[in-house]
Design a protein around this ligand. Structure first.
Ligand code: MD6
Ligand code: FE
Length: 202
């Protein structure tokens, strides 16, 4: 059964939003994207290797290296990013907007020890659009704090098939993934976790 919780103002978790069939179709569509746009290991602007592997679909792709965080119109090899899967667009259209599609779908891949430090999503020009996030595969401990660094945080587990919307007052909240529970899902052949985030960039 789907259950919807507003964890904090503007941050909504739709638990079990996606059926197992839908999750499996999504994984197939991600395999096709990764064939055209392989995962990258990014570096933070300070030169640290990120443990989460990343690629993108859409008009542009999120990128990070010593020159900073940004959206790039092309892959590192010069090719266009593959298109966002219609299955993913359908979820956006049902939960966010039928007027405007997202520009980009960031694909994050977590192996056993991967994590993502607390960060804000603020590389987009237009911050009035929410970020929609889809969890697939192993369970992950999500932490959300405040619009400033520090202060109280809340943590909860995200499961395969959960969909999160981060908008309104929560759009600029710090958040991250403390850890995953490796092997808790059979969805992915090699275990681990995939997270998709959809964004309007400009
Ligand atoms: C993740 N998610 O779940 C990382 N950002 O792997 C995010 O960084 C995120 O889930 C903005 C909105 C929702 C998210
Ligand atoms: Fe984020």
């Amino acid at each position: 059964m789907i259950s919807t919780t507003e964890v904090k103002r503007g941050f909504i978790v739709h638990r079990n939003f996606l059926s197992l069939d839908k999750q499996m179709e999504l994984v197939e569509s991600i395999r096709e994207i990764v064939r055209q746009a392989p995962f990258n290991t990014m570096r933070t602007p300070t030169g640290k290797k990120m443990s989460v592997k990343m690629t993108s679909a859409g008009n542009c792709g999120w990128f990070s290296d010593q020159r900073g965080y940004r959206y790039e119109p092309l892959q590192p090899d010069g090719n266009l990013w593959p298109p966002i899967s219609p299955l993913v667009l359908e979820i956006w259209q049902n939960l966010v907007s039928r007027e405007k599609d997202p520009d980009t779908c960031l694909i994050n891949y977590y192996e056993a020890n991967a994590k993502m430090g607390l960060h804000q999503d603020r590389d987009e020009k237009d911050l009035s659009w929410p970020v929609l996030s889809i969890s697939l595969g192993d369970e992950a401990l999500f932490r959300i704090g405040n619009t400033y660094r520090g202060g109280k945080t809340e943590s909860f587990w995200l499961h395969s098939g959960d969909v999160v919307i981060m908008g309104g007052d929560a759009r600029l909240c710090y958040h991250g993934i403390d850890r995953i529970k490796f092997g808790t899902s059979n969805l992915l052949r090699q275990s681990g976790r995939i997270n998709l985030t959809l964004r309007v960039v400009s």
